[in-house]
Design a protein around this ligand. Structure first.
Ligand SMILES: *Cc1c(COP(=O)(O)O)cnc(C)c1O
Length: 216
């Protein structure tokens, strides 16, 4: 895997308005440093312990994004440094993030994860629950909802994927129209980021296309 080359090709391919999160879960510090030396500064992880270890060991100008499902009792471990939490899917979690952000004297940016996939297994808020969470979050001091995140169904059916991303983009546009100050719509991974960008994504989370397949 030529990580440097993969990053360069991706950055050439995607519009400048789309932010690339390099998903480095399971990957070594050496592999991450190859991407870093190619200029990449934003990395995504899905396990708090692994992300915190990498945060300690790697350069401090890396922005760490938590892209996985977050349990409330784990928030305290990333609150001092996390740059963006993508998978916020409950009011309980929002309140815990706020508490820990306050304790660390900082504001933590969050994305609400919306359930757009037909698959039952995926996490995320319903559209109604999303509206309720945004309403509740207005009372929080140290948590800022800056956007939405979604994952499409794992399928080869391109029109199905496009349809699901469109649901997220429609909701995003509606909220902006209602003066909710959102900036980020995080959708698209290695297999479906071209469709996501076509449907209006401005943040893609790409792992295997940069680092190669993961061995768990
Ligand atoms: C692992 C993961 C990705 C990256 O997946 P690839 O298919 O390797 O690009 C993106 N988003 C989330 C939430 C993930 O867990």
């Amino acid at each position: 895997m030529d990580i440097t080359k993969n990053i360069e090709l991706l950055l050439e391919e995607i519009p400048a308005t789309v932010k690339l999160v390099a998903v480095s879960k399971t990957k070594s510090n050496e592999e991450i440093m190859q991407a870093y030396n190619a200029g990449q500064r934003v990395f995504g992880e899905n396990k708090i312990q692994e992300m915190s270890r990498k945060y300690e060991e790697l350069p401090k100008d890396i922005q760490w994004h938590m892209i996985g499902h977050v349990q409330s009792n784990k928030v305290k471990y990333m609150a001092p440094y996390v740059s963006l939490i993508h998978g916020v899917d409950s009011q309980k979690l929002l309140k815990e993030i706020d508490k820990q952000a306050l304790r660390n004297n900082r504001v933590i940016d969050c994305l609400l994860q919306i359930r757009i996939a037909e698959e039952e297994s995926k996490f995320g808020l319903s559209i109604e629950a999303c509206h309720e969470a945004i309403e509740m979050a207005k009372s929080l001091q140290s948590t800022k909802i800056v956007g939405l995140m979604g994952m499409a169904t794992l399928t080869n059916d391109q029109s199905q994927i496009a349809k699901e991303f469109e649901i997220l983009k429609t909701l995003y546009d509606q909220l902006i129209h209602q003066n909710v100050p959102l900036e980020i719509i995080s959708m698209g991974m290695s297999e479906d980021y071209p469709i996501a960008i076509k449907k209006g994504s401005n943040m893609i989370r790409v792992g295997s296309k940069i680092f190669g397949l993961r061995n768990y």
